[in-house]
Design a binder for this molecule. Structure first.
Ligand code: CAA
Length: 259
């Protein structure tokens, strides 16, 4: 599929997905979601082991769902649009590789929801984040009400949802929404460095760590700990576990194969 609204680049084991409609501040319309879906499905995990998501141009990560597309839709169409956004962000969350949001500018509405679908969020000093949906007479429709609440707690999430405040990156970091804030021209370098660190580690172990955190977060502690026990045991059937431990004992770097 040829893409008009996104770019998918590969740099060895790292993939970079850029939402690239700078004239509309990278707003998410249905066509963009379908391209993102295709791009995510196209990833082969024996080649691609980490994904960075960012926005094209120098102003926005993603300024939300496309208001021009939504302005005339019916409730039934809104349900479909919401389902499409949920599907794409859920697929991101389900990827067996770590995903990093490089928030390089406005991350509003659906843009913040996209970042929230990633495992790690880093922001440039220029970033502005928020959920302005109530100013449009709606609420977030791509998981923002739920993922933000799980990340920063109900009270802060409600504050952002009710006030539609646009917060800067430093404030977002204070509330645990963003992990680190870096100068704009260092953002991709920072995200690449984090990805490079992860890429040195056993990919099956990283995938299990992601899986048990994600699935465990929705469960009671006992069930969640059982998930961890299963994940831990499963890894002992892998070559990576034998290689990782043998390498440690032989005082050499491990050469993981993801098997
Ligand atoms: N949808 C469609 N077009 C958008 C857009 C969006 N979400 N955000 C920006 N654009 C377009 C503008 O209409 C404008 O287009 P034209 O040049 O053709 O007029 C262009 O991008 C540049 O935007 P501005 O001129 O507004 O740029 P600015 O620097 O003055 O302001 C901004 C930047 C504060 C981000 C402002 O564009 C803005 O408030 N955007 C909307 C943010 C928003 O409300 N997002 C939530 C959308 S609803 C949602 O996401 C629902 C959901 O969860 C399902």
């Amino acid at each position: 599929m040829a893409y008009e609204n996104i770019r998918l680049e590969k740099d060895g084991p790292l993939a970079i997905l850029t939402v690239d409609r700078p004239k509309a501040l990278n707003a998410l319309n249905s066509a963009t979601f379908h391209e993102m879906d295709d791009a995510i499905r196209s990833l082969k995990f024996d080649e691609t082991r980490a994904l960075i998501v960012t926005g094209g141009g120098d102003k926005a990560f993603v300024a939300g769902a496309d208001i021009a597309e939504m302005v005339t839709i019916t409730a039934a169409q809104a349900r479909e649009f919401s389902a499409l956004g949920h599907h794409v962000f859920q697929s991101l969350e389900n990827l067996p590789i770590p995903t990093i949001a490089a928030v390089n500018g406005f991350a509003l509405g659906g843009g913040l929801e996209l970042a929230l679908g990633c495992d790690l969020i880093y922001a440039s000093e220029k970033a502005k984040l928020g959920l302005p949906e109530v100013t449009l007479g709606v609420i977030p429709g791509f998981g923002g009400t739920q993922r933000l609440t799980r990340l920063v707690g109900r009270a802060r999430a409600k504050e952002l949802l009710f006030t539609a405040d646009r917060i800067d990156a430093a404030r977002a970091k204070e509330m645990g929404l963003v992990l680190d804030v870096v100068p704009a021209d260092k953002l991709m370098e920072h995200c690449r460095a984090v990805a490079a660190k992860i890429l040195k580690n056993g990919p099956l172990a990283v995938a299990q760590a992601k899986r048990v955190v994600e699935y465990g977060a929705d469960q009671d502690l006992r069930s969640a700990n059982e998930l961890e026990r299963q994940g831990f045991a499963v890894l002992f059937g892998s070559e990576d576990q034998r290689e990782g431990m043998a390498a440690f004992l032989a005082k050499r770097p491990a050469a993981f194969q993801g098997k």
